[in-house]
Design a protein around this ligand. Sequence first.
Ligand SMILES: [Zn+2]
Length: 179
Amino acid sequence: MARCSRHRLAELRAVLGGVAMRIQQESSRAACHEAAHAVLGVVLMRGVHFCDIVETADTETEKGNSGWTQFVNYETPKTAQGLLPFVICYYAGHAAQRLLFGMKYNESIAVCTMDWKLVEKMIASLPDDAKHSLRWHGIAEALLYVHRYRAPILELAEELLKYGRVNGDRVRQIVEAAR
Ligand SMILES: [Zn+2]
């Protein structure tokens, strides 16, 4: 599938723990982004049905890779405290791109642009100060969780690059094996 993706991820694994790295590989970014949503979906919520990455026709530059993580159905909570795990899971994709690839949030929206809209929709009914605090709390926690669960995230990302789609049971297996 993607050129040198396993090698790139091995490089990433070698430098994790501090140094931010820029890697110009859209498919690896998409894989790590989706893997972060899915792993935290297992850790903080009821799990995921599957996650996948999709390559577009533009394989020459490998741009336009995107993906999808389908969380197990849930009812959106109404309080800031109840919403926090959801917000963390949604920001996890961006947090992974930030931590693993050194990307700014506004550079990472090529993948899974729905996140922002969903978070905005979820927190829309909260008062302004609660909204602000939940957003920043979610972003900070997402970075911490992605750092803490980086090993299963990278393992899942490698499987996504290999198979394109990984089901929820396998995601849970990877997370539990890493605990
Ligand atoms: Zn996403």
